[in-house]
Design a protein around this ligand. Sequence first.
Ligand code: S3P
Length: 186
Amino acid sequence: MVYPIYLIGYMGAGKTTVGRLLAERLGWHFVDLDEAFHEIHGLSPADYIRTYGIEAFRRKEKYVVEDLAELPIEKVVYATGGGYPCWEDNMECLRELGTSFYLRWQPHHLAQRLALTDLSERPVFDGKDASEIIDIISPQLEARSPYYEQADYILDAPVADDGTLDGSEDEQLAEQLYNMIISNDD
Ligand code: S3P
């Protein structure tokens, strides 16, 4: 497996939480690319988008990912921004830079998870309840899926058979990823 590791997926997929847990477990570095963007550009992605628009954000976001990849450190888990893979040739870039994992969820589960978070950094969902959130997610996820599904590996969220979320899903995903990485580590 080629390092570093890139976690991709829709907002609320757990890229940051899972990435942090995974990196801790592996003893690797963890970089949240939204946070790196904030540090480099002085504005969070949400504020940058509000100020300069989505195109300008995507262009800068692309450079943040590519610039950080120049660092001579391989053992890194990156959590990408949710829209990064769906812009220009970004999935091709990820294929060249390392190994990507798509954390795949059903839209209603993403909506449930997002409704429990602080939505002020996700203006598109701010002030919306879970049912309004799902109306936004469903078409956007459908449009983004062909990009996400170009990942080297796809991990379906480990949701219980009755469809309810018990809060252990991120830990389970991190565990699953850990085992995949360790078993490929030769
Ligand atoms: C975005 C997701 C955000 C952030 C930006 C745009 C998107 O990242 O990069 O607000 O278009 O899906 P998270 O997926 O980490 O929330």
